[in-house]
Design a protein around this ligand. Structure first.
Ligand code: C5P
Length: 227
């Protein structure tokens, strides 16, 4: 069977990573969570005092980029993949609302994007990869054989994210989650470098009313048609 590249883009919390991991496990492909890479850079910037509520030192961030090493490790399945920042497992830490609040401003910085896009392209060199993010079909893999653009209403997305955060014990309120999603959508779609856009040849899936199984089978069929 021929190996292909599968790019899954879309707004925040549309369930991109859930379907991407399922596909990668089913097809025996590598899964890359590009959002986790932007989140890990953000965590680094927070730990180094580069970004906080009242300060964002873009120059220091650019100078620090060479000190940031990112790696993924897979467990039994991609559902349990972890990202490592300079050798430390930060999978849990990068998912909190504080990182979510700073990640989109960090992701507007051209030098950050250039570093991460280069690493992402390297990870996809041999094909057989499912990558999710915001610019995968437009910038990282413009020649991907399958491009999906996922969408769902902001309210539905916030409900899902809220449930996820509550399930892992975070003490947050729904309105804060909804505001964060709307804020990230705004920054991600209006930034000058690689704004979130549906690629002209991407297939749009609105999963507001879809269950996970239907969503998986829809995307799997699209992949099978191209393999
Ligand atoms: O996918 P996730 O929601 O974890 O991504 C976090 C943030 O990282 C996004 O809101 C966006 O600002 C940034 N991002 C990006 N390009 C990607 C993936 C994520 O700019 N390919």
């Amino acid at each position: 069977m021929k190996k292909i590249t599968i790019a899954i883009d879309g707004y925040s919390s549309t369930g991109k990573s859930t379907v991407a991991k399922q596909l990668a496990d089913y097809l025996g492909y590598v899964y890359v969570d590009s959002g986790a890479m932007y989140r890990a850079v953000t965590l680094y910037a927070m730990q180094e005092g580069i970004i906080s509520k009242d300060n964002f030192n873009v120059e220091k961030l650019k100078e620090s980029l060479n000190s940031i090493d990112l790696k993924f490790e897979k467990d039994a399945s991609w559902a349990k993949a972890h990202i490592f920042l300079n050798g430390k497992d930060v999978e849990e830490l990068i998912r909190n609302l504080e990182v979510s609040a700073f990640v989109s401003p960090i992701a507007t910085v051209h030098e950050v994007r250039a570093k991460l896009v280069a690493q992402q392209q390297k990870m996809g060199l041999d094909k057989g990869v499912v990558m999710d993010g915001r610019d995968i079909g437009t910038v990282v893999f413009p020649k991907a054989e399958l491009k999906i653009f996922m969408n769902a209403s902001a309210n539905e997305r916030a409900q899902r994210r809220y449930k996820e955060l509550v399930a892992r014990g975070d003490n947050i309120d729904f309105q804060a989650v909804l505001s964060n999603i709307q804020e990230r959508d705004h920054i991600d779609t209006t930034r000058t470098d690689s704004p979130l856009r549906k690629a002209a040849d991407a297939i749009e899936i609105d999963n507001s009313e879809m269950n996970l199984e239907d969503q998986f089978h829809t995307v799997l069929q699209l992949a099978k048609d191209r393999i």
